[in-house]
Ligand binder design. Structure first.
Ligand code: MTE
Ligand code: HPA
Ligand code: MOS
Length: 809
């Protein structure tokens, strides 16, 4: 395990990292602007581009008809690249303006005349349900006899929860540059989590074979799921202009346009009936999830599936039925966002736990511990029939309870709140401890594959590429560390090259937190193939006097060549590796600190570099390509049963909040986190992911609220959309990783870190409720708020009467 900084840290902080828009301009390059609909739903009666075409600097205007195929979509192809006859959301692209610079493009855009016939739009989940405006069918995952168990439950609760969306707020907006190349080829530089998807959308849209479209992603300035699917049409816009006008074309969305045009985290509305006994054991849950998919399918059905698969979170619920339906509305198509559907499923069950505890007058932590998955009594199987292996949840809960000093602080907070109820100038305080269990794998089985290319150059330095894309999470640092350590080299010996579809094809998005798991394993398999050959060569070289080595003799051909076998490897990146180091050894040859040693000749050694030189002169291949797939996945989408995940990343957070009773402002004053990340490759990077995800999640559950007017996003800038800043970081913030050496299925025993810690933000949301529980209206009824619990939402819950005149009937 290392603690090296991010491989781009030094170029990031000195401003020398190259992002797409940092690429130098070509003298003939054009800038592309996008005209989009201001209406949520309308018929397009006429588009007049005559005046705009004559505007100074405008070189071309393109409409839907200019695409070879004007259609795209990751799961269902249901979305036009450019709307032609109707628009279905405010922000939907209609026309591309290619001009000499952003100003001439904007001037030309203003002269395009679109005549709309505005139609009634579906602008809420409720409206969509009543109009049966749905995307795809309803899904169900069920175990046990829910009706019977509910009927016989000693206690029952019925409630609902409104969960709002959130913007990804990546710092780099969507961007692409397309270069026309020889013989009709196009090269696109994109900020995308999914270069292969961009390649497919560009080639389909432009009527080219994939062989003629290369998509390159060096890095993103953040993606967070927002660039899993929605970067693709942006790439296609630049590519269309490049193809039509035969010049480089650059599109760079402004923050405002990016926020208006692109989809967000899916809003959800959930309804549930829960049955439980007097101890607090949950015996039955019947949950109905509805999500707002926006105008087009995008990834929403898959997001819903993950929500359904996470409606249990850390708890064994013997009789559980969850149904899911994606609604079609007239908002931007909602999409992947860190956690995918997971945070929505977990928000529901954590709220349920809180309500059960409140009803029984118990501490919610007691209910959590009671219902937690355990290896005892068969309470370790999920509602989709996957066994929860390597279950750290009970340990996480009890360790964190102790380390956060939960019991003593609970008492202090109770005493404090008793005073605050009398003295309004004191804030209300709340405390909550929530766990997370997050399944690692794409729930769509075929996506769980990756490939890697590893090249050793003759000077002993390496280059590697995989299908993984770097968005700040450190996937390149981790993969280069895996490769380097396998060969006993420093990480600096390995350069990760830009992700490019001409080197790694048919790749999956870097998503589902599986970037390192999949691509790192492929890279290990590739490097081990070379290592096997090098090890066999080294074994033989140690028996040959150095004067006869090929570096001295190959030019003359005086010695016979050393031949080595092309050994076979299975799909298992841990096979043949000593578990504790994760490093494999062949022929008793060890690679360490740039040197190569033999068990047979402990007194001898050679440098890695000289071994590589020998390999070259003996005509032994120094490059390798490997493919890897997660083993053992059996989830069947039709039955809703099977092993959906390779393993579960787990964790727990304990958050304390303080609420100002006059402004409703909630501050997180302390957070303690323990995260089970198996055996990290790079602890520093992982801690960065944990803290970053937690704080990003805090934004979603507290201050980040999207305001729309007639379906048009009004809060499309940081002035009106409040993400957490450095001041919002909990003043006391203790984060540590659990020591877990047992995650056998994954490469080197690591666990994915990207998304799971985001779900720990729900401890903040439940702590806010906890702070309010002592107020008289909530003594009997648990506080009812939407997620996020904004200042306004908190005040509204405390003083519904004051808000009556603003609340819509
Ligand atoms: N970290 C940074 N700095 N920037 C990002 O955009 N995206 C998150 C997470 N961490 C993101 C990030 C999301 S949504 C995912 S799925 C994972 O990184 C993807 O990368 P990984 O699979 O390599 O962890
Ligand atoms: N997670 C993230 N992205 C995805 C998934 C998933 O499970 N499935 C398809 N894209
Ligand atoms: Mo992450 S939401 O899976 O890109």
């Amino acid at each position: 395990m290392s603690n090296l900084p991010h491989d781009s840290a030094h170029t990031h902080v000195t401003g020398r990292s190259e992002f797409v828009d940092d690429r130098a301009y070509h003298s003939n390059e054009l800038f592309v602007d996008v005209l989009y609909s201001p209406h949520a739903k309308a018929k397009i009666k006429k588009i007049n581009i005559d005046k705009a075409l004559k505007s100074p600097g405008v070189k071309g205007i393109f409409l839907g008809k200019d695409f070879h195929h004007n259609i795209w979509g990751t799961i269902f192809q249901d979305q036009p690249l450019l709307a032609e006859t109707e628009v279905n959301f405010a922000g939907e692209a209609i026309a591309l303006i290619a001009a000499t610079n952003p100003d001439t493009a904007a001037a030309g855009k203003a002269l395009i005349e679109v005549t709309y016939e505005v139609k009634p739009a579906v602008l809420s989940v409720q409206d969509a349900i009543s109009q049966e405006s749905f995307i795809a069918g309803s899904r169900k995952i069920e175990r046990g006899e829910v009706e019977k168990a509910l009927a016989s439950a000693p206690n029952k609760l019925e409630n609902s929860l409104v969960i709002r969306g959130a913007d990804h707020f990546y710092l780099e907006s969507n961007v692409a540059i397309a270069y026309p190349k020889e013989d009709g080829q196009i090269e696109v530089h994109s900020s995308s989590q999914h270069p292969t998807e961009c390649q497919h959308v560009v080639s389909h849209g432009l009527g080219l074979g994939s062989k003629d479209v290369t998509v390159i992603v060096k890095r993103m300035g953040g993606g967070f799921g927002g660039k899993e699917s929605q970067a693709a049409p942006i790439a296609a816009y630049a590519a269309l202009v490049a193809q039509k006008l035969n010049v480089p074309a650059r599109i760079v969305l402004t923050k405002d346009d990016d926020m208006v045009m692109t989809g967000k985290r899916n809003p959800f509305e959930v309804f549930y009936n829960v049955g439980f006994d007097d101890n607090g054991y949950i015996t039955a849950l019947d949950a109905k999830l509805y999500s707002d998919g926006g105008a087009y399918a995008d990834l929403s059905t898959s997001i819903m599936e993950r929500a359904m698969l996470h409606s249990d979170n850390a708890y064994f619920i013997p009789h559980l039925r969850v149904t899911g339906q994606v609604c079609r509305t007239n908002y931007h198509p909602h999409t992947a966002f860190r956690g995918f559907g997971g945070p929505k499923g977990v928000a529901m069950i954590e709220k349920i736990i809180e309500e059960v505890a409140h009803y029984l007058g118990k501490d919610p932590l007691e209910i959590r511990k009671l219902n937690c998955y355990t290896d005892e009594g068969g309470r370790n199987v999920t509602h989709y029939d996957q066994v929860v292996e390597n279950n750290c949840l009970p340990r996480l809960l009890s360790d964190l309870e102790k380390e956060s000093n939960y019991v003593a602080r609970r008492k202090e907070i109770e005493a404090h709140n008793a005073k605050a109820l009398v003295d309004r100038s004191l804030p209300l305080k709340g405390l909550s401890l929530t766990p997370v269990k997050f399944g690692i794998s794409f729930t769509t089985r075929f996506l769980n594959q990756a490939n890697a290319l590893v090249i050793i150059h003759r000077d002993g330095t390496l280059q590697a590429t995989t299908g993984a894309t770097e968005m700040g999470q450190g996937v390149n640092a981790r993969i280069s560390e895996l490769i380097a350590s396998e060969l006993g080299l420093q990480r600096s010996a390995v350069r990760m090259m830009p992700t490019s579809t001409d080197k790694n094809a048919n790749t999956s998005p870097t998503a589902a937190s599986s970037g390192t798991d999949l691509n790192g394993a492929a890279a290990i398999l590739a490097v081990r193939r070379i290592k096997m050959r090098l090890s066999e060569l080294a074994l033989k070289l140690f028996d040959i006097p150095e004067s006869q080595w090929a570096r001295h003799t190959a030019g003359l051909g005086t010695q016979e060549e050393v031949e080595v076998k092309n050994a076979h490897l299975t799909n298992d990146p841990n096979e043949g590796a000593e578990w504790n180091s994760g490093i494999a050894e062949y022929h008793g040859i060890t690679f360490k600190e740039g040197q190569v040693f033999s068990a047979k000749h402990p007194e001898k050694r050679m440098t890695f570099h000289s071994l590589v030189v020998e390999a070259y002169h003996n005509r032994i291949a120094l490059s390798e390509y490997a493919h890897y797939k997660f083993p053992g996945l059996s989830f069947n989408k039709l039955t809703g049963k099977g092993t959906a995940f390779l393993y579960f990343t787990q964790g727990a957070a304990c958050s304390e909040v303080s609420i100002d009773r006059d402004t409703g402002e909630a501050k997180v004053t302390r957070a303690d986190i323990i995260m089970d990340l198996g055996r990290p490759i790079n602890e520093g990077l992982d801690l960065g992911q944990v803290t970053g995800a937690f704080i990003q999640g805090m934004g979603w559950v507290t201050t980040e609220k999207l305001f729309y007017k007639n379906g048009f996003l009004l809060s499309h800038a940081p002035s009106t959309y409040k993400i957490p800043n450095i001041q919002d970081t909990p003043r006391i913030f203790n984060v540590r990783l659990l020591n877990n050496n047992e995650n056998k299925p994954n490469v080197r025993g690591t666990k994915a870190a990207g998304e799971p810690p985001l779900l720990l933000c729900l401890s903040v949301w439940t702590a806010i409720h906890d702070a309010m529980k002592g107020l008289s209206p909530f003594k009997l009824k648990y506080p009812h708020m939407e997620l996020p619990a904004t200042n306004e939402e908190i005040l509204k819950a405390m003083h519904p009467e004051l808000f009556k005149k603003w609340t819509k009937k």
